[in-house]
Design a protein around this ligand. Structure first.
Ligand SMILES: [Zn+2]
Length: 133
């Protein structure tokens, strides 16, 4: 559910994915956003980070074995009560990156023989010939 507020934006989306995979993909996505990570709490699965405009927080909530809720919150350092300009750039950027990487992740597997990234549809690894199915 998207909530646009004064100088910030909140969104939460559900993904059919293991929470460890979601965590890894989220970290890769954040690395591409050009932000500074302030806190990485792997136990509670919370990442706090910022750029020059916003303070952001990412949280993961396990709903069941294969459903995880990814929650992203961004706010300006100082609330601008009378500013109704949309401030959802970072939130959109994060989910775009996250979903792109998730699609890539689902389309490839790692070869158990040589760890090469191989199409999930391949029967043999093109690098080492390992039989995949
Ligand atoms: Zn291989």
């Amino acid at each position: 559910m998207r909530i646009d507020g004064a100088g910030g934006c909140f969104d939460n989306r559900l993904y059919e994915i293991d929470v460890d995979v979601a965590w890894r993909i989220a970290l890769l996505s954040i690395n591409e956003m050009g932000v500074t990570i302030d806190e990485l709490d792997e136990t509670n699965r919370v990442i706090k980070f910022h750029n020059k405009n916003k303070i952001m927080q990412l949280a993961f909530q396990i709903l069941d074995e294969e459903t995880v809720q990814v929650i992203m919150d961004s706010t300006k350092e100082r609330l601008q009560i009378y500013n109704w300009k949309r401030e959802d750039g970072e939130v959109n950027q994060f989910y775009d990156l996250f979903e792109k990487k998730l699609t890539e992740y689902r389309a490839f597997i790692l070869c158990p023989g040589c760890s090469a990234k191989v199409s999930s549809l391949a029967k043999f690894c093109p690098e080492c010939g390992y039989k995949l199915k």
